[in-house]
Design a protein around this ligand. Sequence first.
Ligand code: PMP
Length: 324
Amino acid sequence: MTQATAATSAGGFGSPCEWVFVDGEVVPDDEAAVSVHAHALSYGTGTFEGIRAWWNADREQLYLMEGHAHYERLARSARILGLPLPMSPDALVRATVDLLRRNEVRANAYVRPLLVQAGAALPVRMHDVETRLSIAITPTPGDYINPDGVRCMVSSWRRAPDVSTPNRAKVTGSYTGPALAKTEATAHGFDEAIMLTVDGFVAEATTSNIFVRLGEEWVTPPGTEDILEGITRAEVMTLLAEELGRPVTQRRVHRSELYTSDEILLTGTAAVVVPVVEVDGRPVGDGKPGETTQTLNQTIRAIGRGDDPRHPEWTTPVYDEEPS
Ligand code: PMP
């Protein structure tokens, strides 16, 4: 294995692994391509996932994190778009485990399943265009977002409403707004952007969900606030309620509540759990990463590595044998 130890590039990602799954076959990375005429390149007509695999060096074991939940979301996304997904979530988990083995991944990695309109049709439509299903793997030797805390701005770009683009589906074309918001935030000297709905309520960050603590109460915007309902968001709601006895309230959140909050965290597969230490130049709480945020981040990473016995249903071991 050489690829999975490749050097870190921007955002904590290394170079892609050698073998890629494409429509049921495993092919070398440079053969896993679509044409410049692909419908999805012009129109963003596709859906995808991002899944983590955590490496445990002591056990020499790799764990696929929440594979079933991610592929079930891919199946829902495909249903919303009306695209045929030729494999079941279970079969996709098995294909991913096989691909991680084939690439001999022995490092933290990011798995990118992608279902796109790869046909050359020019008319804009969802029907009658050939689709392609691929799974690619990229090592993640570094952190996607600074785990010590991020400084956010509320973006001038709003989340597209569900009446314009389906937010429950992880659609390739719907990332233009978040990309503009991230670049706007970076240009203004911030690390990350928080996006509002068109009605002006807090939705989420560019590629992560948001949780806010006001006193003892944790709140997060509900699925009807034009968010992508994150898998890590569900994990955090479970851990806060079950392990820390702090049920999360799902309700609309005002921008001004960000300014009066005691703790804010972002959740996402790539980010895991990241503290927000500042919003629009105002410190969150005392301006230091929150204690609960750090506990949640460590717990999810430990569960992912198989070092914490809670929620074994979230992980799938990739290699057969574990040394006793
Ligand atoms: N919102 C958006 C727009 C995202 O792209 C992501 C990353 N998939 C999330 C939220 C967080 O979702 P998850 O925890 O499933 O990665």
